[in-house]
Design a protein around this ligand. Sequence first.
Ligand code: ATP
Ligand code: MG
Length: 559
Amino acid sequence: MVENVSEKSEVVSKNFIEMIIEKDLAEGAYDEIVTRFPPEPNGYLHIGHAKSILLNSGLAKKYNGKWNLRFDDTNPTKERTEFVQSITEDVEWLTGEKKENIFYASNYFDQMYEAAVKLIKKGKAFVCELNAEQMREYRGTLTEPGKNSPYRDRSIEENLRLFEEMKEGKYPDGSMVLRAKIDMSSPNINMRDPIIYRVARMTHHNTGDKWCIYPMYDFAHPIEDAIEGVTHSICTLEFEDHRPLYDWVVRETEWEHPPKQIEFAKLYLQNVITGKRYIKKLVEDGIVDGWDDPRLVSIAALRRRGFTPESLKMFMELCGVSKSQSSVDYAMLEYCIREDLKLKRSRVMAVLDPIKLVITNYPEGQMEYHDVVNNQENEELGSRKVPFGRELYIDRDDFMIEPPKKYFRLFPGNEVRLMNAYFVKCEEYITDETGKVTEIHCTYDPETKCGSGFTGRKVKGTIHWVEATTAVPATVRLYENIVDEEKGAYDEEGNVNVNPNSLQVLENCWLEPSLKGAKAYDSFQFVRQGYFCVDSKDSSDERLVFNRIVSLKSSYKPV
Ligand code: ATP
Ligand code: MG
């Protein structure tokens, strides 16, 4: 399937953004394309941002262009330097590129100021003193045109003086704004003399207290793009109505090679929480252990859970890029990680809910080592030695005292294959005072060694196991969706409907010894169970902690 997906992306028709770019290149509109990913450093990136990152970096790669990582840090109240660090890490991990040159919108404040002065000089901007409420009144509605501000016809000289004084700090916060002079009767409210600068005394993480006026997003963003020589400024659909203003700004501030804005539909996953407000609340309420809790879909959480950049790329390819809003099933993301890891990872044995199994006819104190292939579908992963002895652990699920029909695993009198080893037959079992099985006694048949060419009787069940004296203890965490899918993502008050079973911690697991020393982010298939990844925060050499990435069962079928 891995091959299929990439094959598909080559034969499948191009997405609409690729068609625009190819037309522009064919017409010689640009020598090379430049895109950008422009996060606001006000939170961690989530899977939706991953789509934008992979789209922008992918287009640059495909058309031999460039893409910039630019922090859109023009709004100092909400920004924090810590996010610059985490966002950079996430972007580099996802794209596999080290970004030598990182851009900051705040480095362009001087040029933005100059651009605003240019507008004033052209008679295209004015200083307005309407207060917020008056501003609303004058703006009009969707059905009624707005009214011109009484300050709209100030002279250019007066506007220049007032704007400079705004910058020098002569006026209190909120008392004056600079507005573009466009059209108060435009059917598009964004074009009704939008504010482009406001007075606000805020310390900026990059420029400190140098500025007490800050540009508005709709004015700043096109200028940032133009300064960097961005050719295709790709954003999400909610900015479609802002495009006329984007075009107005780049035209009126007179750039030789103006960028153009293209909108696509956001990625939306069903029953998944991406909103900062909700995640913050889950963190504060102690329901998750941080922004990178493996049940979340921040990029940091997906990485911690064990997702790979390749699996996320595959996912984005399957989702496609379009203009129509739709939502995607989480099962498709699970499908992608399974497909990605299938041939890349070793398949090892791990017992998550152990019962001791004693082979009564196996010599005490003896141990043998079996050669086991790491991945039957990919020889390149080689093989390893797995110890076998008299005492093993098997999973509780694989034994029943009174089995139902079609249960082919272990039960009194039944014989099964121990994976990669011998046939064993259950002779008896021991229970504690509550009736819980504590030990199973079996005999083994030395003739039935796996790979020995044994052609005698057959058994219907094969179960996994680990040798007890060499097994490595571990904690394993199983996850379900953090959202209670039956109830839906949010309740009436807008709180997340938390699934009470979203986290199950198994403290008493045993792993085969080849897993000793596994390091953060290492991942494996635990045979018959799923893919698991070493937790980057809680695991140590003394105590391994694994997160289940995904089980082996799939509900998603690609079309
Ligand atoms: P949120 O509020 O969900 O954190 P945002 O849009 O406020 O998202 P920004 O930092 O402004 O976050 O976004 C950076 C870029 O990521 C923007 O170009 C934005 O369009 C894009 N983006 C954000 N969410 C999605 C999504 N769900 N799908 C695709 N692109 C997205
Ligand atoms: Mg934002």
